[in-house]
Design a protein around this ligand. Structure first.
Ligand SMILES: Cc1ncc(COP(=O)(O)O)c(C=O)c1O
Length: 479
């Protein structure tokens, strides 16, 4: 379990050497590689060994993990990985993870982690100020945005007094974790009201107001309006100020899921888009998305932490020694988890090492790249912009120039763009994922990695056009 110090050092340095080699060679590597379950089983499945290798075998085992296991995964922090929502942790964040793993802090109670709990309180206070939430607001670091959204729903139900027919409101652009949170909280399908959006993909306050009135008339109790602070699909930010006003007027809590987009508030560009974020009752943030933290690091911020604690605290005899005094927080009382790790250290170390300003500049750089991408697409007659740059997401597709007078059906365009996407993945040039906008298949760039440069984006866009042209010429559309 614990070899002699010299061996520990040798093995530890080996692990760090692997990480440094990976980071240094990232750009030359593929952004993504996968395998079928049959292939991975043949390659990696083993029986559990009765006897271990001992310390002498650990280097070879680590080498095997690096050579055979890690390659069959996305390099989420690769400069040409633009799929889903990437993540590009800073080196200080990784170092903090190493330190935390080695110290194995239990951060469920103040009694067992006063220092780390203070650091979490401090980091939460930084986030509070950045979001523009009032003094006294605080929160909890979570495994990710899904856990944070669940805490928001459970808190809303508690604050509403556990009505028999609670209803939450989510736009059709809301993240699926919100619907999942409703389901876990025991809401049935008709109690998770999906509000349709128009071509701008925004949650309209008048539609929410109508839905609230209809539910009240039917004897149901609205408990939570969920807005997007950067929708995963398109990056759009709902009209937060108007929704905050509506929530106050109607007496219904407002939650903003800003898991992807929230940290854009650190920039001038993003602060405009996210105006009103600080007025929400609760906000989900994911530092492991656009704040340069390694997995897993999410966050729920709440205007009144006492409400979150009322929702989440469950006392037990064997925890009687953990009673808190003034100002102390048992983070287990704000969390799904009692045993929880010291996630705050990575944010603390990153912000101290890099500074808020550099982190904000990196976020702004990504938004600028998204705007340039949109302009490039608009200028290219073979690309069709399906949704303009919002925060750092751009949606578009290849659409052949109609020189031969041929019509391309939606199905043919989908087949063509699917083939382009497959090509990018197989070729290893880029990881680009797709989505659907009003039924139309769309390629989607999500740009948030400071390693991503304009030259990477141009090379991917040019590849899409070249490949699209080639496939279109050989397939001939639906003429
Ligand atoms: C807007 C939004 N909310 C919630 C989530 C879920 O967060 P996590 O995957 O960290 O649980 C995501 C993930 O992409 C997201 O984009």
């Amino acid at each position: 379990m614990a070899p002699d110090p010299e061996t520990m050092r040798r093995l530890g340095y080996r692990a760090v050497d692997h990480l440094v080699a990976r980071w240094a060679g990232l750009e030359e590597d593929r952004p993504w590689q996968t395998a079928s379950a049959a292939e991975t089983r043949a390659l990696l499945h083993t029986e559990p060994p009765e006897e271990g290798t001992g310390s002498d075998g650990v280097e070879a085992l680590m080498d095997e993990a690096v050579q055979r296991i890690f390659p069959l995964a996305g390099r989420i922090d690769h400069p040409r990985f633009l799929g889903f929502v990437p993540s590009a942790p800073s080196w200080p964040s990784v170092l903090a993870d190493i330190l935390v793993a080695g110290h194995n802090v239990f951060q469920g109670t103040w009694l067992e982690s006063a220092g780390p709990s203070q650091v979490e309180l401090t980091v939460l206070d930084w986030l509070r100020r950045w979001l523009g939430m009032p003094e006294g607001a605080s929160g909890v670091l979570t495994s990710g945005g899904s856990a944070a959204n669940l805490l928001a729903v459970v808190t809303a139900r508690e604050v509403a007094g556990w009505p028999s027919e609670p209803v939450m409101y989510v736009s059709d652009q809301g993240h699926n974790s919100l619907r999942k949170a409703g389901r876990i909280a025991g809401l049935r399908r008709h109690q998770i009201r999906i509000i349709p959006t128009g071509p701008d993909r925004l949650l309209r306050p008048d539609r929410v107001r109508d839905a609230l009135a209809a539910d009240r008339a039917a004897g149901r109790t609205p408990i939570l309006i969920c807005a997007n602070g950067g929708a995963t699909n398109t990056g759009t930010v709902d009209p937060l100020e108007a929704l905050a006003e509506l929530s106050r007027a109607e007496g219904v809590r407002l939650h903003v899921d800003a898991a992807y987009g929230g940290f854009a508030i650190l920039t001038t560009r993003g602060a405009g888009a996210l105006a009103g974020l600080g007025q929400a009752d609760s906000v989900t943030l994911d530092p492991h998305k656009w704040f340069f933290q390694s997995y897993e690091c999410g966050c729920l911020m709440v205007r009144d932490p006492a409400e979150l604690e009322t929702a989440m605290r469950v006392s037990a005899e064997y925890l009687q020694d953990t009673e808190t005094r003034d100002g102390e927080v048992n983070f287990g009382d704000r969390s799904l988890q009692l045993t929880r790790s010291f996630r705050a250290l990575k944010i603390w170390l990153s912000v101290h090492a890099l500074g808020r300003r550099a982190m904000a500049r990196a976020i702004d750089g990504a938004m600028e790249l998204a705007e340039r991408t949109e302009a490039w697409i608009r200028d290219n007659s073979e690309l069709e912009l399906l949704h303009p740059a919002a925060l750092s997401v751009v949606c578009f597709r290849y659409r052949p120039r109609d020189s031969a007078g041929r019509e391309w059906s939606e199905e043919a365009l989908e087949a063509l763009n699917t083939r382009i996407q497959d090509h990018l993945l197989e070729d290893g040039h880029a990881m680009v994922s797709s989505t659907r906008l009003a039924g139309r298949y769309s390629l989607r760039f999500c740009i948030l990695n400071p390693r991503t440069r304009w030259r990477h984006l141009v090379s991917i866009l040019e590849e899409i056009v070249a490949r699209g042209r080639e496939i279109a010429e050989t397939s001939g559309g639906t003429a």
